[in-house]
Write a protein that binds this ligand. Structure first.
Ligand code: AMP
Length: 394
């Protein structure tokens, strides 16, 4: 997967349309509560400014569903960007209308215009050709730096790339480098850790990883479907009954391929899905009726830790317990700490596991934390991401 990036194309004096992921969390007053996605876009924006480009930024924010809705305006993003860049960022009041055209028509080199929320346009999520052409007409070069939406074929992520020279920004380049090299050429031993609520969300990833890894560690809610498929008693733990056969097949496949597949051996259980009820630790194969497992236990943590020792590449997607509850975040936290001590390339798929690691303050101990939950899963499954496919090959 060798796609051109901003360095492979002449941007001097050119109008460059950059698709960013400015989908930031906000409080009820519209204040940005976490600006990391904006900060993550700065390397590409700064590179373009330093190389005399006229920078036109676009992004979605929330789900306005094709209608103009002030609640989802990018105004707070324009203000934050302006502060971070110490430079004026002009906000167009529309996406491809009069305001966007006026502001982008008369740009000087080094100037920045931010278009309004692309999802105010009904054509955006339909990958409408007219909208893609209208976006392309504003610029001379297209840069996609929004990995989090790269698995969606929308006008601003995919369609527009048909009408302009299209390359990636530094953020997407970094994602491809880390996620891609872990799959194509992993330094071994290669260990994958999968958790989260459901097996069904991760079937594609498990199948793909079974062809690649030396060890597959399974925790979180999805482990119970595997445990039950082996005849174990799982109480009222989360389980997908219609995936029991599949779980059994995946365990067999791991055996056939010589992949070490590890399931929890002890479990932290409680009587209700809550932080506030009676709890205890039991063997994972014998969870009593009326109890459910919400985290891995200390023996499992020890076993997973041992399996991680010496690993040279680790990919992790999905928390190992209900880490939203203080009582049941231990497994996720302890394994994250272990990852932080390894002399290995550690790659965290986005979404809940990335959020958990950030909340625990362990982000800077990881080699790479993906900015895309759904996108990183689809990438690891080996699916082609339309927002990346649309970019020019090197
Ligand atoms: P996913 O989006 O599939 O990665 O799932 C993340 C969710 O899985 C988190 O919200 C966790 O609370 C949940 N989860 C992890 N372990 C368990 C468990 N043992 N039982 C129920 N939910 C779990």
């Amino acid at each position: 997967m060798n796609k051109k990036n901003v360095k492979d194309i002449d941007v001097d004096g050119k109008k460059v349309l950059v698709r960013c992921d400015f989908n930031v969390p906000q409080d009820e007053n519209g204040n940005i509560t976490d600006n990391r996605r904006i900060v993550a876009a700065l390397p590409t924006i700064n590179y373009l400014l330093e190389h005399n480009a006229k920078v036109i930024l676009c992004s979605h924010l929330g789900r306005p569903k094709g209608e103009v809705n002030k609640k989802y305006s990018l105004k707070p993003v324009a203000d934050e960007l302006s502060k971070l860049l110490e430079k004026e960022v002009k906000l167009a009041s529309d996406v491809v209308g009069e305001s966007a055209k006026n502001l982008t028509n008369n740009m000087q080199n080094g100037e920045i215009v931010l278009l309004e929320n692309v999802r105010f346009e009904p054509g955006e999520e339909k990958n409408d050709e007219e909208l893609s052409k209208a976006l392309a007409a504003l610029a001379e070069v297209y840069v996609n730096d929004a990995f989090g939406t790269a698995h969606r074929a929308h006008s601003s992520t995919t369609g527009v790339a048909s009408f302009l020279p299209a390359v990636s920004g530094f953020l997407i380049e970094k994602e491809l480098e880390f996620l891609g090299s872990s799959l194509d050429n992993p330094v071994r031993p290669f260990v994958a850790i999968l958790g989260g609520a459901k097996v069904s969300d991760k079937i594609g990833v498990i199948e793909k990883l079974l062809d690649k890894v030396d060890t597959l560690i399974i925790g979180g809610g999805m482990a119970f479907t595997f445990l039950k498929s082996q005849g174990h008693k799982i109480g009222k733990s989360i389980c997908e009954e219609d995936k029991l056969d599949l779980a059994r097949e995946l365990i067999e496949k791991a055996n056939t391929k010589g992949v070490k597949l590890l399931l929890p051996i002890d479990t932290h259980i409680t009587t209700e899905y809550s932080n506030d009820y009676e709890d205890k630790w039991v063997e994972s194969q014998d969870i009593p009726d009326g109890w459910e497992g919400l985290d891995i236990g200390p023996e499992t943590i020890k076993m997973f830790e041992e399996a991680l020792q010496g690993a040279k590449t680790v990919v992790w997607n999905g928390p190992l317990g209900v880490c939203e509850f203080d009582k049941f975040k231990t497994g996720t936290y302890e394994i994250a700490k272990v990852l932080g001590t390894l002399d290995a390339t550690t790659i965290i798929g986005g979404g809940d596991s990335a959020a958990a690691i950030e909340k625990m303050g362990l982000s800077d101990k990881m080699t790479h934390i993906s900015t895309g939950g759904g996108a990183s899963l689809e990438f690891l499954e080996g699916k082609k991401l339309p927002g990346i496919e649309a970019l020019q090959d090197k």
